[in-house]
Design a protein around this ligand. Structure first.
Ligand code: ADP
Ligand code: ASP
Ligand code: MG
Length: 462
């Protein structure tokens, strides 16, 4: 079997879902499980509804919900058509959508009434998009004579209760996938599931973090021992950098798990950073493909990739970074000092990306988040602290770094006047990364891209 995951833009409207059905049809002989995201932008809108309700703005919350409701209805109408069979199929899905959206409105009113939006309720609301998009996609497939069966991901993917970014419990998840999804495959059905959503063992809805449908696809693929995991999106594959930043970015034909994981972690949004973990464990190839250009070969991510003549495979940039500087004038980095600093970040459940130290100071980068002030207050008990947001990590990745001397000189001479706040090389041996001001990202990335990718090795890039 294989897993085919379609992102938000790939299911944004009836036309897009129609294209998806055609793509799935081509793969029926491979026994696909289909995973879909919410319709494009819906998750943002759901979070806006939740925030409005939490702030007591009932009118805004319900208006946004009404707009989402209409968009889903019209998508379903367009998909299912106006003939007799289409009308029957629509009546069925319309009844489900009505019940689901009524439930959403009830929840939003409840949030307004209690005057508080909890992380738990946020997850129930933000996952609503996948709950309904998967039902619409399944109905559309059936209408097109693909024997699809909707599967509630919240009954299969089990996580802890870390709302907003829940961690999967693989053993229980795998058991449930084998129990619910496998029998459908055995009966030649096409299971259609929502990405991103899961629940605790007690059945409380959770989500896997923004962009988490990719991760869902990998969890399902690993659980069912897929031969391949396909991530269908709106670009031709993993590119040498974000094509929005550099329109001349080239497609990477083959890349290793390790390289792709570094790129995803450091901002290549095309893949959720956790996606490759389950794939690596089971050695399942991951493909990135374009649902608007399905004939393109895309990018193949596997354990090993062919060597490239270019030094790097790609450049990623991760914005919304805060740099925290801790200066310990008195302690002069006494032993145990670093431990106490990292304990503060751990206590706030705040992951640290990059670290650099001197005799008296430590600088770390974290994703900008609402806990920074509290973290700084705790750090201030140990040393002098300052922090600054609106920074970005730029990261160049490629396995050639391991063996080539003089790489750092090549990188920094391409951007001689850039204001660099931190540098790191060596941790993974395949990346060199540094911190700059967020505003400088477009300029720095384009200059690096021009330097390292004006000419590309045709064996590896296209
Ligand atoms: P989906 O909704 O299909 O999950 P995403 O928006 O999450 O799609 O990811 C696709 C987007 O990732 C692309 O449109 C592109 O702008 C962005 N992106 C960032 N870095 C890269 C990269 N190196 N290669 C390809 N796309 C990238
Ligand atoms: N719909 C979710 C989001 O926008 C998950 C996803 O699309 O991967 O974050
Ligand atoms: Mg995505």
């Amino acid at each position: 079997m294989i897993v085919m995951k379609f992102g938000g833009t790939s299911v944004q409207d009836a036309q897009a879902i129609d294209r998806v059905a055609a793509i799935v049809r081509e793969r029926l002989h491979e026994q696909p499980v289909v995973v879909v995201s919410a319709l494009a932008k819906i998750t943002d809108q759901l979070l806006a509804m939740a925030a409005a309700a939490g702030a007591g703005d009932r009118k805004k919350a319900l208006e946004l919900s009404q707009a989402a409701r209409e968009r889903h209805y019209s998508c379903a109408t367009d998909l299912l058509g106006n003939d007799l069979l289409g009308k029957q199929a629509f009546a069925q899905i319309a009844a489900e959508l009505e019940a689901d959206f009524n439930g959403l409105d009830e929840l939003l009113r409840g949030v307004v009434a209690v005057g508080e939006l909890t992380a738990r309720t946020t997850d129930t609301i933000s996952g609503f998009g996948e709950k309904v998009s998967s039902k619409i996609a399944a109905a559309a497939f059936c209408q097109r004579n693909i024997e699809a069966a909707h599967v509630d991901s919240r009954k299969c993917i089990v996580t802890d209760s870390n709302f907003g970014k829940a961690v999967p419990q693989f053993e229980e998840t795998d058991a449930r996938l084998k129990e619910t999804v496998k029998p459908l495959l055995d009966r030649k059905r096409v299971p259609v599931m929502g990405g991103f959503i899961a629940s605790t063992p007690q059945g409380i809805p959770t989500t896997l973090g923004r962009g988490g449908s990719d991760f869902s696809a990998a969890i399902i693929g690993a659980g069912l021992n897929a031969g391949r995991i396909e991530i269908w999106t709106d670009v031709d594959g993993m590119m040498t950098t974000d094509p929005n930043l550099c329109p001349d970015a080239k497609r990477i034909k083959n890349i290793s798990f390790e390289e792709a994981a570094e790129l995803a972690y450091f901002g290549a949004k095309v893949l959720h950073p956790a996606t490759l973990l389950p794939a690596i464990q089971k050695n399942i190839p991951v493909l990135i493909l374009n649902s608007r250009n399905p004939k393109n070969e895309g990018t193949r991510i596997t354990a090993t990739a062919p060597k490239s003549k270019n030094i790097f495979k790609a450049i990623a940039a991760k914005k919304r970074i805060t740099v925290v500087d801790v200066v310990a004038t008195r302690m002069l980095m006494a032993h145990g000092f670093l431990k106490s600093i990292f304990e503060v970040f751990a206590n706030h459940r705040c992951p640290v990306d990059m670290v650099s130290t001197s005799e008296v100071s430590v600088s770390v980068t974290v994703d900008s988040n609402e806990s920074i002030a509290a973290i700084a207050a705790d750090l201030a008990k140990l040393a002098d602290v300052k922090y600054e947001g609106r920074k970005a990590i730029v990261c160049l990745v490629g396995e050639n770094i391991k063996t080539m001397p003089g790489i750092a000189a090549k990188v920094f001479s391409a951007i001689p006047d850039a204001n660099i706040h931190m540098i790191s090389q060596g941790a993974s041996e395949i990346n060199i990364s540094f911190v700059i001001d967020e505003d400088a990202v477009p300029d720095v990335v384009s200059r690096l891209h021009r330097t390292f990718f004006s000419q590309v090795d045709p064996e590896v890039f296209a």
